[in-house]
Design a protein around this ligand. Structure first.
Ligand code: PSU
Ligand code: MN
Length: 333
């Protein structure tokens, strides 16, 4: 209860201006703050992949590697996470390590933000949670591994990730490897492109082919605008800035295929996914626990192959996301 009172006091006693309210909930890392003030490129990164997407210590080492890649490409990384009820945009090494090892960290999507913040909890932000935080902090580009989507059997369970609706309502460019084949890729795509209210349709851009992360061929049939995977900053800038500055209030999804040599394709992975999905259903795993459960089981069943693929694709996405952030920053100077 006292936590709730503290929350109210914190927010009611601050001035009523929007900026001040945000400041009471947000901690922006000094490096990120400085970069934003100087119009330097900043790349937001999510943290559910750290708290719920990969086992320790791979989650921690991958988070550090991804930040290093962003820096090497000329941008400033801003990993988003929640620590004791405050939204952090940019985490220190110790804070990353804390989240990587935490057994109590929450998985925080749009709907979880009020609860987690008001109760002073800590957690990893999903794609939807990170989009909200990054957008409020003024960061236009966000890199993730794979976005959430419609689960297999979603036509019965109606289990559709909040990531998809967030893409229709929050103007930020999301760089992802597409949708994992642990999900129903066809229905996910249908959800993204068919509802005008979601407005993501015209904003999906693929590099060469639109990937389903682990079984990439599945996406090829769909005709989306193609980008060359070579660095083409003028094009990124045109697409991103027109979407973001038109005030469309919808997001932009860049789908980057996993490097061919790392794609864990074929029968083995499909069998592992089917086993994991069946186990999840048998055990009554539901809602936000489904994705972490399946990722963990598929990794076990493929003896680490899917984790390796996951690490490779997020490294690759970090590179492409940094190019886009650099292109945007160059043009806005
Ligand atoms: N897909 C992955 N790894 C992940 C996730 C998805 O391969 O870590 C995480 C992302 O944070 C994504 C979230 O936003 O899972 C989707 O969860 P849900 O299905 O509960 O919306
Ligand atoms: Mn889900």
């Amino acid at each position: 209860m006292w936590k709730f009172v503290t929350f109210l006091r914190r927010n009611i006693t601050t001035s009523s201006c929007r900026r001040c309210k945000q400041d009471s909930l947000f901690t922006i890392h000094p490096h990120v703050k400085e970069a934003l003030a100087d119009h330097k490129p900043v790349v937001a990164l999510e943290s559910t992949i750290i708290t719920h997407g990969m086992p320790y210590p791979y989650n921690f080492s991958t988070a550090k590697e991804v930040e290093a890649i962003v820096r090497a490409e000329g941008a400033i990384p801003a990993t988003v996470g929640i620590l004791e009820g405050r939204i952090h945009v940019g985490l220190s090494t110790d804070e990353l390590d804390f989240l990587a090892q935490s057994k109590t960290a929450q998985k925080v999507s749009r709907r979880d933000l009020p609860y987690v913040i008001s109760q002073g909890l800590s957690g990893g932000t999903t794609v939807s949670g990170t989009m909200i935080a990054a957008h409020k902090a003024g960061i236009p580009v966000f890199v993730t591994g794979g976005i959430g989507g419609v689960h297999r059997d979603g036509e019965n369970t109606l289990d559709v990730s909040a990531d998809l609706t967030e893409l229709g309502r929050t103007p930020i460019a999301v760089v992802s490897a597409g949708v994992k084949s642990i999900l129903d890729i066809g229905r996910t795509l249908e959800f993204l492109v068919s509802g005008n209210s979601r407005c993501v349709c015209s904003n999906i851009w693929r590099f060469k082919k639109l990937p389903g992360v682990l079984l990439s061929e599945k996406w090829i049939r769909f005709s989306f605008p193609r980008l060359q995977s070579s660095r083409s900053s003028r094009f990124y800038w045109q697409v991103s800035s027109s979407t973001l500055s038109l005030g469309l209030q919808s997001g932009l999804l860049f789908a980057v295929p996993i490097p061919e040599e790392h794609a864990a394709t074929g029968q083995q992975i499909e069998e592992a996914i089917q086993t994991a999905v069946a186990e999840a259903s048998l055990k009554g795993v539901m809602g936000r626990d489904v994705t972490p459960f399946i990722l963990q089981r598929v990794n076990e069943l493929t003896k680490g192959k899917s984790l390796q693929a996951n690490i490779a694709l997020i490294h690759n996405n970090a590179k492409v996301g940094s190019w886009i952030a650099c292109a945007l920053a160059e043009r806005s100077e």
